[in-house]
Design a binder for this molecule. Sequence first.
Ligand code: DGL
Length: 261
Amino acid sequence: MIGIFDSGVGGMTVARAVELLLPRFPLLYLGDIARSPYGTKSDRTIVEYSIENTKFLIERGAQVIVIACNSASSVATDRLRQEFSIPIIEVITPAVEQALRQTRSCRIGVIGTKATIRSNIYERKILAERPECRVVSTPCPLLVPLVEEGWTNKRETKMILRRYLHSLKESQVDTLVLGCTHYPLLKHLIQPRIGKRVTLIDSSLAAAEYLRQYLQDNPDFTPSTQHEPGKNRYFVTDLTESTRSMAEKIFARPIDLQPVE
Ligand code: DGL
């Protein structure tokens, strides 16, 4: 069973991609909405929450954990790998690998939460592979609340995006990593503002691809032949109408969200 967690419903972009790529694998999802956002919190708090989330999923049968949250992947992965013996997959490495495959000029932009950008993890991983690359990173803290408010087509969101993307555009990046669960929901606004020649790296798709490869290389994780994606379980630590509508927007179908403590 695959266990996926995120600070909220944004990580369902990863769960959705996993459902599409690996429909025969049962999946458990935990969205820690009650304690979200993670991206504005200290590393210590993010690590503590990530440990609790992982324990919750393992207790319910998860055999592999996907940290769908970029902020948690940035600061908690090493600690989770020390604490737990099952495989822990994060979303940074798959996005970095994809960005390095795509870039031609080796000028790569990264946008993410304050925690993700502060960790400098994308730059460290990119430069470890290709020291000649130039990485330009910008924290975009207002984008998460805008997406959660459903402001994915408002004039204000477009203005804020233009401002955030300005330095990346000036630096002439040819590849831009969407280093946050919520940003794939703004792709349609980001692409025209950063320029159509810039390749956007959706970390949720990259992570799902990476997981597929991992499971293929590790046949111990045998999929259930009877499993249907409709039976996957989605837990949330708080449930509001906006959570429900965002989940349905991501999956394009009604999702049974189960509230847990
Ligand atoms: N899931 C977080 C991330 O991908 C975004 C929301 C939050 O800050 O909790 O970084």
